[in-house]
Design a protein. Structure first.
Length: 210
């Protein structure tokens, strides 16, 4: 159901933007060469409530609500770093949801594979208090430290706006007080449950004032 929600949302956004883009006579350069700042927002909490007959939990939408990327251009594409943050501190008694704080910092590269499509890959260190807010059984993790690779795909709906999904592998350990109750060394897979809406802005050139 979660992946059907993402598919329906992507189809809806594509349907709404297609007439405007198809009406343009000149080919659109969706990502000209240069350096960029990218601000991304997890739109799944809103989409799961708007799509009819959807039973997905609007709060179990992945570990991060906000993603910030900073890229510089090189010969093979864009290189830079990424910061992600997700917080839910509300009281939750249901087993499907629990309070959490997730933070990630790492390096990332972006490479264009067509005018609209591109892929990302990188490596990050991660901190989690609570859990990664993904579907499935919740484990009692007070504090979790880890690191690992991540991969993603971007689709441009306009020259400055893209949709993206991402998946990650995390290797780490839980806090000592959790040993014996799901603690200790752990391997985590974060599925692509979040559909991110990203806004791309070219970086301004730095000028040296003499």
């Amino acid at each position: 159901m979660r992946y059907l929600t993402l598919l329906h949302a992507a189809m809806l956004i594509g349907y709404l933007t297609c007439p405007e883009l198809c009406a343009q006579n000149k080919p659109v350069d969706f990502l000209p060469e240069g350096s960029y700042k990218v601000m991304g927002f997890n739109t799944t909490p809103l989409l799961v409530q708007l799509i009819p007959f959807n039973r997905s939990n609007p709060r179990v939408v992945g570990p991060y609500y906000v993603n910030w990327r900073s890229y510089v251009q090189n010969a093979r594409g864009l290189k830079g770093f990424k910061i992600s943050l997700g917080v839910d501190l509300s009281d939750a008694t249901a087993e499907a949801v629990q309070a959490f704080l997730n933070f990630r910092l790492g390096f990332e590269g972006y490479r264009k594979i067509s005018p609209r499509w591109g892929y990302t890959r990188g490596f990050s260190v991660m901190f989690s208090a609570g859990d990664f807010n993904t579907p499935g059984t919740k484990q009692d993790n007070d504090v979790f430290f880890g690191f690992g690779p991540h991969w993603g795909v971007d689709f441009f709906v306009s020259p400055k706006v893209s949709l993206s999904v991402e998946t990650a592998l995390v290797f780490g350990t839980a806090s000592p007080q959790d040993f014996g109750v799901g603690g200790g060394p752990r391997f985590e897979f974060i599925p692509p449950v979040a559909l991110n809406l990203n806004f791309w802005a070219p970086k301004r050139e730095r000028r040296i004032i003499k």
